[in-house]
Design a protein around this ligand. Sequence first.
Ligand code: NDP
Length: 351
Amino acid sequence: MFGLIGHLTSLQHAQAVARDLGYPEYADQGLDFWCSAPPQIVDTIKVTSLTGETIEGRYVESCFLPEMLATRRIKAAIRKVLNAMAHAQKNGIDITALGGFSSIIFEEFHLYEKSQVRNIKLEFERFTTGNTHTAYILCAQVEQGAKKLGIDLSKSTVAVCGATGDIGSAVCRWLNTRTDVAEILLTARNQERLQALQDQLGRGKIMGLEEALPQADIIVWVASMSKGIDIDASVLKKPCLLIDGGYPKNLATKLQHPDIYVLNGGIVEHSLDIDWKIMQIVEMKDPGRQLFACFAESMLLEFEKWYTNFSWGRNQITVDKMEKIGQVSIKHGFRPLVNVYPQLPKTKHFG
Ligand code: NDP
């Protein structure tokens, strides 16, 4: 059995979901309530592969909210992740993806040192960050999205915002070795880590966001931001493809220009309907088929019976592992989102 540990994008979102699900007493509660709420299994999932095999999984809502980090309620955030992991393990889930901020909190606050959760000793090999599949899908979106828009990668500049992160660094490694992209711009805050990445790649320009954005034909957003930021469309190249891989989404949807294309990054579409309810809650456009690539990674590990923490630690994702997970992703019927949504006349949204 596979599992997915997820969370909602904001307090407001959590209150709206509680209202929709018929829990008005939760809908009026503030952050303190969510800080003390325990994890819960809220959905049972069935997925059928293109091979015909069907697997079953569980969705564990951790009750974490990004505002816990923004308001420095670190202990609460840590408790949410550890309790959700213990809950998954206690319920016999073999392989569970740590979605959204769960894996970031796990790494940032060294939760590998905290394996004892009450009477449960966490077995870390039963968890995966899902970041290898996410990085693979983002790179596929760069390549396929560019092709759709007629952007020639060999003449293009790609800016990676959050380049030194687990996903961002993997995207840079793939772009560097598996594509003929002309230039890679590396953006993050910590200069030492940027320098180390540049040394590892043997190329790439380190740049602040303000300098990088106007130069980029394609922008990949994988910064771990607890809320979205506004970008001034007038400074961007036209056309420009923005691939927003953050959760919550890093980019505000206000960005409006006919030659700016925003693509939902790190999202896959399955070839067959998935039997679940949860993606309606996280506002996917086609909730029967679309999901986060990190969640799909735990499904892939279950299909292949690779009961191992396939993605673990920080900045260890190799292009070989990306290729390996990419092959089974295709085999079982997942594909990156690169669809155009023409109903939005000003900002053209893919995916
Ligand atoms: P990491 O914590 O490993 O990396 C985050 C990166 O963002 C670092 O380079 C960091 O560098 C940079 N960063 C953080 N804050 C800022 C800021 N304010 N301005 C500029 N750069 C910043 O995160 P991951 O690689 O694990 O995840 C990245 C994003 O992808 C997250 O939003 C996560 O929720 C999302 N995600 C999506 C998935 C999906 O399935 N679609 C799956 C997993 C994650 P520095 O601190 O030096 O600035």
